[in-house]
Design a protein around this ligand. Structure first.
Ligand SMILES: Nc1ncnc2c1ncn2[C@@H]1O[C@H](COP(=O)(O)OP(=O)(O)OP(=O)(O)O)[C@@H](O)[C@H]1O
Ligand SMILES: [Mg+2]
Length: 158
């Protein structure tokens, strides 16, 4: 990941963050891996709900932080693997089998608190950094290889 974002925008509220996720979900190829980083309450799960809608998973309303299970699967035409590593202890990550989702392909994988994995996610992943600007505004910065730019820009169009 370079330190220069491919793209950034300010979300004006939860629905704007969800809409960005939904539009991105509709455009993402199966096999995409997304690292979602940012503090508690910065909007990672809100974004993932939108992603699930865009991917047309069967039960998008069931997307919530999979705190105790760490990984939740959502079936659909482009199935979603949603992980939340907040409670992951150091070194445990290889035991939870997350890498199988990108090794197998076919899944869209969204990982909250991805920065807890020391080696990072696969090199082709898209990283989204969420920062709280105010109670309702979030800065969303997107990092990744340049081929992602078109998709991300399209998803962020009003
Ligand atoms: N612009 C915004 N985008 C996203 N969420 C927002 C925004 N403004 C306010 N919120 C609120 O912030 C909260 C974001 O919660 P969310 O569960 O998505 O955060 P999170 O990053 O997943 O946190 P955690 O690390 O605890 O899982 C929600 O209560 C949402 O309504
Ligand atoms: Mg969350």
């Amino acid at each position: 990941m370079t330190s220069v974002p491919l793209f950034q925008f300010k979300s004006s509220g939860p629905s704007a963050t969800q809409k960005f996720g939904k539009k991105l979900g509709a455009l993402l190829p199966a096999g995409s891996v997304l690292a979602l980083n940012g503090n508690l309450g910065s909007g990672k799960t809100q974004f993932t709900r939108g992603l699930a809608l865009g991917l047309k998973v069967q039960s998008p309303k069931e997307v919530r932080s999979p705190t105790f299970t760490l990984i939740a699967e959502h079936d659909g035409p482009k199935p979603l693997c949603h992980a939340d590593l907040y409670r992951l202890e150091g070194g445990e990550w290889s035991a939870i089998g997350l890498s199988e989702y990108w090794a197998r392909g076919g899944w869209v994988v969204a990982v909250e608190w991805a920065d807890k994995i020391p080696s990072g996610l696969p090199s082709g992943c898209l990283t989204l950094q969420f920062d709280i600007l105010s109670p309702t505004r979030r800065l969303i910065r997107v990092f990744g290889e340049s081929h992602w730019i078109k998709i991300v820009q399209k998803a962020a169009q009003p």
